[in-house]
Write a protein that binds this ligand. Sequence first.
Ligand code: NOJ
Length: 740
Amino acid sequence: MTRTASLQAAEIEQRITALLERMSLDEKVGQLTLLQAGGGHIPEHLREDVRAGRVGAVLNEVHVDTANELQRIATEESRLGIPLLVGRDVIHGFTTVFPIPLGQAASWDPALVTACARVAAQESAACGVNWTFAPMLDIARDPRWGRIAESLGEDPVLAGQLGAAMVRGFQGDDLAKPGAIAACAKHFAAYGASESGRDYNSTNVPENELRNVYLPPFKAALDAGAASVMTSFSDLDGVPASANTFLLRDILREEWRSDAMVVSDWDSIRQLAVHGFTEDDRSSAFEAARAGVDLEMASTTYRDHLPSLVRDGRLTESRIDALVRNVLRLKFRLGLFESAQTDAARFAPAASPSHLALAYEAAVGSAVLLTNRDWALPLDASTLTSLAVIGPLADDPHEQLGTWVFDGDAQYSRTILDAVRAHVGDRIDVRFARGVANTRSRRTDLIDEAVALAANSEVTVLVLGEEAILSGEAHCRADVTLPGAQQALLEAVAATGTKVIVVLMTGRPLALEAAVPHAHAMLCVWHPGSMAGPAVSDLLFGVRSPSGKLPVTFPRVTGQIPIYYAHKHTGKPVTPESYIHQEDIEPRAHQVSVGNTSFHLDTHYTPLFPFGHGLSYSHVEYEHLWSSSGVLPMEGRLTLGVDVVNVGPRDTVETVQLYVRDLVGDVTRPVRELKAFTRVALARGERRTVEFTITPRDLAFYGRAQRLLVEPGRFHAWIGGSSTAELRTEFTLLDHATSA
Ligand code: NOJ
């Protein structure tokens, strides 16, 4: 057995205390040091560091023999025998690659997200990894930011529930069991608010928005047991996250009473000086340790300076002990003191059929049908006469995997072209052209060949979007339309008169206003991972029906960003009557004759596709919204229900969403907030009642004093299939316990 059963919390604390008593200051600081491993070999300096207890954790070692040898040196050759944390970015799969997190979020399916994380944990644990740097819980409302791909979308409730689901998948019910790895809630906090969607940029988030929007997913993940937290690269209101006492001490430790281990992001303690927040490495180490970063990733300011900071009296040794305690606690929880060795033979092989089957399910579940004019989809393979598959992403085993796939193996990838060919068999000769060399290329010389194919095809499946490298860390875009010559390719193909089905592979919401009119249908599959091909093919041919819903708003044009459904009402909200497009303004119109409400003159005020949107091959209607009462007493509960009816031609799965608006608040409140959701399978013709029960706690928010308030007053509630749901009811939250 690689790890034994978990130890009781109190026993762990005692064992830590006993160990701390035996540790020298240098050994303690060693436990606070996380260094890059050699990746398949052990560099001499690392071997020496581990032996001397100068390093407590490594990252990026996925060769099980090397990981085992490192653990052997740590446990057998170091003075105190303390095992190592072995970290790796296991973000959306390991060898088997699942859809990017934003894609998984589009499934609105916590059980699916848990299952994917579970498999990723097992595949990576088999290689000696015991700690992942996921889930990323940054609320992302700016598609320019490349890391939106790693996020769970724009909404705190959705991201919180799915983040917690991911934590449960990675960690299981006991971190010490084989196949469990420690999760890491990152990046604490508000990294997603990087100004102008440019990575690593500053964030300026008022405390009220921080508490109401950015922090809840972290709280949800910690409540689900997330064993560690990673600080963000960014500064928040002028204080870099890796030295932010407000975040790390006041919120994480004091308010939330969390004992999760805090790790810095890569080099971010050293970067405190680059930010201009500290003078040099020594003061960076001081500030980070004071704020409560337990483990320093990549840089060595702790190792180089903490011992002398203690000796000089600037930091107490008990401060160091507190940091070490958090690191050791995680090692105990992981069962590493019982055994740190990994027996790869006891794990299922990576990319096993069952893992790939799950990757297929996840890719199906994450696909969002954005448009479907005149039921252009699904295609009927039995009557189809000719089919072209065109596009730079249609047959690329690597690009479909998306960002953060250090261990993803493209040899297991099945491409869309492959799978479509397999589906139609010999009956149709499926012809293929790239159309453009890659998604970024502006060259149009390959378009003619594609047009020739399309012109002779009844249907053209056009696989467009972004290559993996255009999203993820440090890969931000200032213009989020289709990159390169893809719009020209789309228009040229559409001009042939073929039926155009656009499959969109992307790491972010794109601004598709110019693209949509040229497509008969548009299916957003994000970066779907290993099994993109079979999933997309089955969706195109109606073997499966799309059921995904957008976890993030799609703007019409880049300039609308940030645009998200839970915006504030403002004092001058736009209405259909007050809206005017600039082309419709009369010459020399009087300054106050048009508008004077909140909108842009050169685009519509709505997004192209709202949060929660997603079609299927059936059609669901919502009827008879009801509320169990018009009032909700302070100690009570309220049930809201609706009939959902599948009036379309097929069985379907619908994600039913409950939104609420608090009409008057201590601070202004969003026009709608998602409160609950559930996925419902509906056979053709089936009618079901869906109910949600809410309590006053679900209506709580942080007010002006930055305290959680449950305010009596009136609320509107909607239930429907997207954030633009129209069926509405209302209720009143009473300020006393019994109903009036
Ligand atoms: C930097 C990234 O910001 C973080 O998300 C990642 O986990 C670390 N590098 C480790 O690779």
